[in-house]
Design a protein around this ligand. Structure first.
Ligand SMILES: [Cu+2]
Length: 393
């Protein structure tokens, strides 16, 4: 490339910058005073556990059990919900057998973002500030990033919700997508484990929502229907009501092309300039990169089915879809526990129960129950939670 071309590019970038700044479209959270907020405290417990990640259907006969790594006993871990400006006291306990840690994307600065690696039995408490409203990702960073890909693929992730003061009241949902990598075939009776060859080839075996393929998807097809999950319950909404979706893309590798079939979305995202404007505009499909989360709003106009999907359809076949049903009989409280968003600073009962019974006071998700591999815990599915083999014969 010659100097004239470089000069032209530089001039173009300058022009774009001037236009953005002068039109007032530049994100302004950093320029705004961060509110004082409140003090919140949360505890996450890291461990390893066998969980069910695919239902018994024609694609995965007998279902699939998996040697997962988890926060508070589930994939994903619980939503950490705060308000913009809150100061969060975070405790991470390692009750597993591997080295674990946490990386909080809603914070800024190494000492606030990262717990640093904890050996089994160790615990750490530190403080971070919710400096930017929006939805953010949290995940295990393993031993100083060594093995972070495996701990992420194994399920050690969740979402941080930092409420904006400009939000309207809405029915809120928490849905995390994640790709899982294990070798097909082999011993079909045992729990599957992370496979590095599958990961490096980009060939995820499943795309899960809230820890399971087709978790909220009973089936597809009208004239020739295919049952996908006989235990699945769709997510219910009332026609016309505002709904807000905290969509997390854990990856660790696949981009998420988020779309509501038969719906349109407004993205209230930290990466979108002017996202809090009342009429930001609607869209069809929104890219959520691995290691990220978006705030998506939608109003479903009529009764009937809608489907939240990744429009990268390879991943739909692998489980990355959830059914939403508009119904006049839907209520404010008919959200499945694992997709519910608690009030800021409070625990989500589903995740507390899943981690073996816990204290629900003081906004803490802590519990005192051992979460080692031998502990029996419900994960909201029909899996036994502590078995090392599944029901496939
Ligand atoms: Cu870990």
């Amino acid at each position: 490339m010659n100097k004239a071309i470089y000069g032209g590019i530089a001039a173009g970038m300058l022009l774009v910058g001037l236009v953005l700044f002068q039109s007032g479209n530049w994100p302004t959270w950093n320029a705004q005073a961060i509110p004082e907020g409140q003090a919140r405290s949360f505890t996450l417990i890291a461990s390893e556990k066998v969980v069910q990640i695919a239902p018994d259907n024609a694609l995965t006969p007998g279902g699939i059990m998996y040697n997962a790594m988890v926060f508070n006993g589930t994939i994903p871990g619980p939503p950490i919900v705060v308000n913009w400006g809150d100061t969060v006291t975070m405790t991470l306990k390692n009750e597993g057998h591997a080295i674990h840690s946490i990386d909080m994307h809603a914070a800024v600065g190494n000492a606030q973002v990262n717990s640093g690696p904890l050996t089994p039995g160790q615990s750490k408490t530190w403080t971070w500030k919710a400096v930017t409203p929006g939805a953010f990702f949290y995940h295990c960073a393993a031993d100083g990033l060594n093995g972070v890909w495996e701990h992420l693929a194994n399920g050690m992730y969740g979402g941080i919700i930092v409420h904006s003061p400009y939000e309207k009241p809405a029915k809120e949902f928490y849905v995390a997508f994640g790709d899982m990598y294990f070798a097909s075939g082999g011993n079909s009776t045992g729990a599957k484990s992370f496979d590095m060859t599958s990961f490096l080839s980009g060939n995820n075996a499943l795309e899960v929502t809230n820890g399971m393929a087709f978790k909220y998807t009973p089936g597809i097809g009208k004239l020739s229907p295919l049952s996908l999950n006989k235990d699945a319950k769709p997510l219910m909404v009332k026609p016309g009501e505002l709904t807000r979706w905290y969509i997390i893309n854990a990856g660790p590798d696949k981009f998420l092309a988020f779309h509501f079939i038969s719906g349109q979305i407004q993205v209230k995202d930290v990466r979108v300039a002017g996202r809090e404007a009342p009429n930001y505009g609607t869209g069809d499909t929104w890219t959520i990169p691995p290691g990220s989360a978006s705030v998506v709003e939608s109003t479903f106009p009529a009764e009937g089915p809608y489907v939240g999907v990744t429009h990268a359809l390879n991943d739909v076949v692998k489980g990355g879809a959830f059914v939403v049903v508009g119904s006049n009989s839907s209520t404010d409280t008919d959200i499945p526990g694992d997709a519910a968003v608690p009030q800021a600073g409070t625990a989500n009962a589903y995740y507390s129960m899943s981690s073996g019974g816990s204290s629900m006071t003081g906004g803490s998700m802590s519990n005192s129950t051992s979460m080692g591999n031998g502990t029996s815990m419900s994960n909201g599915t029909s899996s036994s939670g502590n078995s090392t083999s599944n029901s496939t014969g």
